[in-house]
Ligand binder design. Structure first.
Ligand code: PMP
Length: 286
């Protein structure tokens, strides 16, 4: 089946979808994005993603390509057209193009570019990695200072994943001024003596949609949560660790820089939170 994608108001076969070579998303990573999971053919936390998209657009003084209602309709239509039961929808909005390259923003009349496509991922929820847990290494965080804006500047996170792969690990946690910021594409947590610790929100990290939901669910389940800075060494001494993201939900971490956590299998809090998150999110899916 040829995938149907959405580009600037049109539903097209992926082979016919086109964006200008002068598009600022292409030339300057002048673009923001969102990734929304689909489970049982429904969107997980669509509202959270729509709100964060608006925040990213506002932060960069970029125009909204369409209303939230239209956005929901496009998401739903792509799920239906591509028969997605489990997978993701990728959404990107760029500042568009006025037909040349210039550092200065194009005129206000220039329309933003909006692109959406689906990724079919059967077995997304019942992931083998979640049963085994993942191994992470630490790397320096050399990204720019506005990590709270979800831009498409993903070269360093991509290099980080490659460094992890080369080291025989699954992912990397980034460290700045001695403290863990976040994973290359997820928020980072450890658990010690029953308490969940994660870095507080600031412009140093992405404000994860999954982070927000998981912290709320943890509090509802009477789990202790502390938002504070932490080091790799502290996380290495933890009972367990995990990461969260819209496409991996709650993913247990069993090894940090070669140090095995606990008995080297996913910890009870990470497993419980994954269960609660999937359960609650499915109930609220649209
Ligand atoms: N931090 C970074 C750097 C990310 O790229 C992501 C995933 N986009 C996250 C955290 C997790 O955010 P979310 O739960 O909204 O997917």
């Amino acid at each position: 089946m040829t995938r149907t994608v959405y580009v600037n108001g049109e539903y097209l076969p992926e082979t016919e979808a086109k964006v200008s070579i002068f598009d600022r998303g292409f030339l300057m990573a002048d673009a923001v994005y969102e990734v929304t999971s689909v489970l049982n053919g429904k969107l997980i936390d669509f509202d959270g993603h729509a709100v964060r998209l608006k925040r990213s657009l506002d932060a960069l003084d970029m125009a909204e390509p369409c209303s939230k209602e239209e956005l929901l309709e496009i998401h739903r239509k792509l799920v239906t057209l591509n028969e997605i039961e489990e997978g993701m929808i990728y959404l990107q909005v760029t500042r568009g193009s006025d037909g040349d390259r210039d550092f200065v923003f194009p005129s206000d009349e220039t329309k933003p570019t909006i692109v959406l496509f689906t990724q079919n991922k059967p077995g997304l929820a019942d992931s083998p990695a979640a049963k085994k847990g993942i191994r992470v290494i630490s790397i320096d965080d050399v990204r720019w200072g506005r990590r709270d804006i979800k831009t498409t500047q993903l070269l360093y996170p991509s290099l980080g994943k490659m460094m992890a792969k080369k080291a025989g690990a699954d992912d990397a946690w980034m460290v700045e001024d001695g403290h863990v910021t976040e994973g290359t594409s997820n928020n980072a947590y450890f658990v010690k003596d029953g308490k969940i610790v994660t870095r507080p929100l600031s412009s140093d990290i992405l404000h994860g949609i999954t982070r927000k939901a998981v912290l709320r669910m943890a509090a509802e389940a009477q789990m202790a949560v502390e938002e504070r800075l932490f080091t790799i060494e502290e996380a290495q001494q933890a009972d367990e660790a995990f990461v969260t993201s819209a496409s991996t939900f709650v993913m247990p971490v069993v090894e940090i820089d070669g140090q095995i956590l606990g008995d080297g299998t996913p910890g009870p809090i990470a497993r419980r939170l994954r269960e609660i998150y999937l359960d609650e999110s499915l109930k609220a899916a649209v």
